[in-house]
Design a protein around this ligand. Sequence first.
Ligand code: ADP
Ligand code: AMP
Length: 213
Amino acid sequence: MKIIMLGAPGAGKGTQAKMIAEKYKIPHVSTGDIFRANIKNGTELGKEAKKYIDQGFLVPDELTVKILLDRVAKDDCKNGYVLDGFPRTIPQAEVLDKALSEMGDGIDYAINVDVPDENIVRRMSGRRACLACGATYHIAHIPPKKEGICDTCGQELVLRDDDKPETVLNRLKVYHDQTQPLIDFYAAQGVLKNVDGTVDMKDVFAAIVDILG
Ligand code: ADP
Ligand code: AMP
């Protein structure tokens, strides 16, 4: 099963993608997590990506497409995957389509987690991330057991630089300009499914399981 998560930054794509990955036993592939791991490790890719990420812009397609195609070519992706944060532009979606159709394959579901802009800034300022394992929490809605510490790996949680309100507004603009058109792109392919992302995360997940079966 090959699944794409669509939605604004902070809509809950990552939260749901992790739950999908666990239930359906497929890898969760997040381009944002791959970039953050590279930034943390000081790689060339990380240095280049950071210039864009910190300002709320998209990393150029040339860099992003390559890391994604390398990742999904790995053995663990043979039976499918859930993509979180990719594609974010029509050209990225076209490259993915082409790579899949060359293998006689395609995307099964594009799940759009719908959350209005008004809710997004509040969500992002409360998000706390573990840069070690990629887990995310929310200080009010989904708090860790111990304040500031990751439940999964015990590392310190941080407010991502790109979750500061001024950057979030830019990310939302970039989302509407460059990523939202993907909703129509996947609707035209007949694989788009909309879910209400404003309800409790368990209810969002129940709606997704209804779709995936
Ligand atoms: P995305 O991957 O789309 O950027 P995340 O999954 O990281 O978004 O979620 C953004 C923030 O909102 C996180 O702090 C997360 O814990 C919180 N969150 C996710 N889903 C819900 C929900 N259904 N209700 C309230 N908060 C949520
Ligand atoms: P995310 O964790 O998905 O919110 O991604 C964090 C940041 O990484 C984004 O705001 C972008 O700057 C960058 N990024 C992640 N995925 C992509 C992508 N598919 N294309 C371009 N930039 C991306």
